[in-house]
Design a protein around this ligand. Structure first.
Ligand code: AHR
Length: 609
């Protein structure tokens, strides 16, 4: 094997020197979990097809044959060949985490399909398996039409991260529909033949089953083969993957073998496109791209297939975008505003931005104005996460797509907006508490934390709190003594600390501020009271403004978890992609760092906000 790879690598370099091909600038190593599962074969093909469009790159594949130890060795070997970038689809995310984080110290790494632990990689691309389960669940609820219904679920083994997430999504839907019962059968190797044998062996128990949901189309095909000639032949079958080609989900739907499939994109094409951006150091590469899945049935298969073949349209004029912005409450927001305005110019977008001064009602009014003005696209950065359905339905009726930027919303109806571009606020909260745990020791007494929350009901507030508390819950030596909102402003942060001091003797070890502005306000209040910020009380905040990094250097703030405000280029790219007919991912999550006394000096000159 080694010899073969060395030969291959030499061949590639050889190609570069030939007269007929342009020189190879980048060699990308691809470590596949295996090259036998149909999903992975499609991934390999997509990687190759996309790479073929870019003569400056060459791919070197290695196959781990579903063995994590082998995959670790494969990756070490690829590194030995001096690859410029690694694309890895891990057999087992947990076991591969250490080697991936080691490689990431030297070269960029794109992880596909299974998220490794932590954030030590350049970019993750994959489907949202929980959403896939949810979409299957919703399809089953529709089939049931409110009647008692029974599901046979053919699930992968406990080690299959995708299967575990799909089941979680499915169960979430069924929890709201108690008339649906599920019987779960594990098909350890997730193959067509194993599924066929298992379903055939269930024979007598199938009479009551209304629908078989298999976690991939190949098991769905196996289930069909088991029942096709017997009394259960008419049972409905749903699969997952939705690939084209022989025995792919699309063909199975056309032949009436299965009734529905939920697409599970491989991300192969996107991996090559982003590899080039990363290698060419294009700015604004996200941290995670979560791909969209579709429910395909006989009714929509034609339009779905047409959409796959459709070439993007060239835009003939500027795209008109109405943006309902939160306000100008913080340094972060001001940088975010500039990023959006600048990117609009770069992408030929005619932007109308309305500042809602942190009032949801004003944002709703702004959206209605944009509908009247017949904007091409509406973007909202929602002040709070609830109460959006009515106005989003109005936009939908008017045929205007809505994108969410920076802040998300909670709604049972995911069809009301197209994509979310922003940060992983939960991870920001986790990172803040991880810093506290590692740096503030509970030696004398349990560590007492004052939490300065952002605007109540805003996604960053809800999720930063949730992430922080999730890590805190693992350790009984830390407790949040009070959580009060400072509304993301300097004034708000100062007020919370002043009020606390009015009613209490100072007994706080750590302040966790949901943003830098509130931390800066808290610092002012502490100094006025003769308490040394950063010394007598440790302060952790979120954002990464210049003033906050400066405060770290001055010893007044201890840690800042970055929240990236430069969403403009990714947003405007999404807007123009959408208008030229491309499909948008489900979520695009930005890349972020953590700043402490170790790296603040180095970071300060590069901070532009
Ligand atoms: O939604 C992002 C948050 O909003 C930022 O962290 C905060 O500073 C801003 O006001």
């Amino acid at each position: 094997m080694l010899a073969a790879l060395v030969f291959l690598a030499a061949l590639l370099v050889g190609c570069a020197a030939s007269d007929t091909l342009p020189p190879v600038t980048y060699v990308i190593g691809i470590s596949q979990a295996n090259m036998r599962e149909p999903w992975r074969l499609v991934l390999t093909r997509e990687l190759q097809e996309e790479a073929a469009k870019h003569p400056e790159i060459r791919l070197v594949f290695v196959d781990a044959t579903q063995d994590s130890d082998k995959q670790i060795k494969d990756i070490e070997r690829l590194l030995g060949y001096g690859i410029d970038l690694l694309i890895v689809s891990p057999c087992d995310a947990k076991q591969l985490t250490p080697i991936i984080s080691e490689v990431y110290q030297d070269i960029p790494v794109i992880v596909l399909d299974r998220v490794v632990e932590g954030y030590d990689y350049t970019l993750f691309i994959g489907p949202d398996n929980e959403s896939i389960g949810k979409q299957a669940g919703e399809a089953i609820v529709n089939m049931a039409g409110g009647q008692a219904f029974s599901v046979l679920e053919l699930r992968g083994g406990a080690n299959s991260q995708a299967s575990v997430s799909r089941s979680r999504g499915l169960e979430g839907v069924f929890a709201r529909h108690p008339h649906i019962r599920t019987q779960v059968v594990v098909v350890e190797n997730e193959t067509r033949d194993a599924a066929e044998d298992i379903v055939a062996s269930l024979d007598g128990q199938l009479a009551d089953v209304d629908v078989i949901f298999a976690h991939n189309d190949y098991m769905a095909l196996g289930a069909h083969r088991a029942i096709r000639n017997g009394p259960n032949a008419a049972k409905k079958i749903i699969g997952v993957d939705g690939f084209a080609g022989q025995d792919g989900g699309l063909e199975l739907i056309r032949k009436g073998v299965i009734d529905e499939t939920i697409t599970s994109p491989t991300g192969g094409r996107e991996a090559i496109q982003f590899s080039l951006d990363i290698l060419k150091r294009v700015s604004g590469v996200p941290k995670q791209v979560i791909l969209r899945s579709h429910n395909i049935t006989e009714a929509n298969i034609e339009s779905y297939e047409r959409s796959l073949d459709k070439a993007p349209r060239a835009l003939t004029g500027p795209v008109r975008v109405g943006y309902a912005q939160v306000g100008t409450e913080s340094g972060w927001r001001i940088a975010n505003n500039s990023s959006i305005r600048e990117a609009a110019i770069d992408f030929n977008v005619e932007l109308t931005m309305i500042d809602a001064n942190q009032v949801q009602g004003k944002q709703i009014e702004a959206v209605r104005t944009f509908i009247e003005q017949e904007m091409d696209v509406i973007v909202i950065s929602p002040v709070i996460d609830s109460g959006w359905e009515p106005v989003l339905r109005e936009a939908k009726r008017a045929g205007i797509p809505v994108l969410l930027s920076d802040r998300n919303i909670s709604t049972g109806d995911d069809d009301l907006f197209l994509t979310y571009i922003g940060a992983d606020f939960i991870e920001e909260g986790r990172r803040a508490m991880r810093w506290v745990e590692a740096n503030v020791s509970p030696d004398k007494h349990p560590v007492r934390i004052l939490e300065l929350m952002g605007t109540i009901g805003a996604t960053p507030t809800i999720e930063r709190k949730a992430g922080f508390e999730a890590v805190l819950a693992e350790n009984g030596s830390y407790s949040i003594v009070e959580s009060i909102s400072g509304d993301y402003t300097i004034e708000g942060g100062r007020r919370v600390v002043e009020n606390y001091l009015r009613w209490n003797a100072w007994d706080i070890d750590v302040i966790f501020a949901h943003n830098d502005d509130m931390a800066l306000g808290a610092i002012q209040a502490l100094e006025s009271a003769g308490i040394r910020p950063g010394e007598d009380v440790k302060i952790v905040s979120v954002d990464g403004t210049k003033r906050a990094i400066k405060a770290i250097i001055d010893g007044k703030l201890n840690c800042v978890v970055e929240c990236n405000p430069f969403l403009g280029p990714q947003l405007m790219k999404a807007v123009t992609d959408l208008m030229s007919g491309k499909e948008l991912p489900l979520r695009i999550i930005t890349d972020e760092k953590v700043f402490t006394r170790e790296n603040a000096e180095e970071e300060l000159p590069g901070r532009s906000y």
